[in-house]
Design a binder for this molecule. Sequence first.
Ligand code: PLP
Length: 407
Amino acid sequence: PETWGGVPLAPPDAIYKLTYAYNDDPYPEKVNLGVGAYRDDNAKPWILPVVRKATEITVNDPAVDHEYLPITGLAQFTSAAARLILSPESPAIVENRVSSVQTISGTGANFLGALFLSRFYQWPEGQKKVAYVSDPTWVNHHQILKGVGIEPLTYPYYDPATIGLAFDKYLDTLKSAPPRSVLLLHACAHNPTGVDPTREQWLQIADVVQERAHYVFFDSAYQGFASGDLDADAWAVREFVKRGIPLLICQSFAKNAGLYGERVGALHIVSPTPEAAVRIKSQLSVLTRSVISSPPAHGARLMALIMNDPVLFGEWKRDIKTMAERIITMRKELHRLLTDELKTPGNWDHIANQIGMFSFTGITEEQSRLLTEKAHVYLTTNGRISMAGLNSHNIRYFAECLDKVVR
Ligand code: PLP
């Protein structure tokens, strides 16, 4: 028999497939709303001015070489990254209870976090390893968990009837899940829906999590990108830490620093004692060694420089605001076009109310397909659009096409 005869052909990744189809389309007015990456008002990738500056400093620094980083990464980066998400005053930081390691962006943090839990979490005796993820969630969560032997179960999250949060059902599922269940929560700017709990709802979620002694696996891929404010977007994580809820945080600098391809991220595990944090970090080091040996240096150097220098840090915050505000402006403008100008049937308030890079429009699979086939507007068939793909030149075209398919 042929050696690889048993290897089935895997389907292509949906998002990448969409990008290739967009690239091959010669239509001049084509619009790409599939990709989860920031674009400027001319639909071009944007290098943050602060990143350009940090790059210049780094490449001209005679002390910078291409040696390996330590296994757990650049310490000036991981410590600043922990302060960024937890705040410098966080009890977990002040009490030395955080084990931070550098990862291959947010994906690597999710993988390492899941691998660590799979190996070391005290799973209920005789029961399968399971983790609860939102329905829907970033599709990679399913693959990552399964890959390390954790079965993903779902909790209700998105309610198509309201194009909002299915809050009661969500909370009921957290209440009925066995004690000490692992819950994967998006820290802010939920992907793919753009629907986040309100602060009031977060407090109720935290109450249930505490009552049931659940473990929280926070995925933070959009800090600063959601509201334009790094601290506001870290609010839920900090509230959970303040309450002493056992948790870990997966952190990505892909979106908020525009460092997608540089793969800059970190995993932070918060423990009850400094002594546990040392043991945990030693095991994270062993796991990292077997998967990547040591993480990439360049992006971590840039972020260490930016986060540890007050002037550069201030410039970064301004650049983050530039991105978040452009996206918020697009939300308002799309809402205005649909509601006031085109009088498109239906309620479009969710477009303005949702947060972050993505918006669930609420249109059907068939309508999504029609947009791509007839109007050259590329989006995933769940009706999700990347707000970053809209700009002052194409937003009217998109609104008119959307109006046509829903009529
Ligand atoms: N988690 C979520 C929810 C995401 O949306 C993404 C990116 O799309 C990631 C994690 C990880 O991205 P990266 O590996 O590029 O940091």
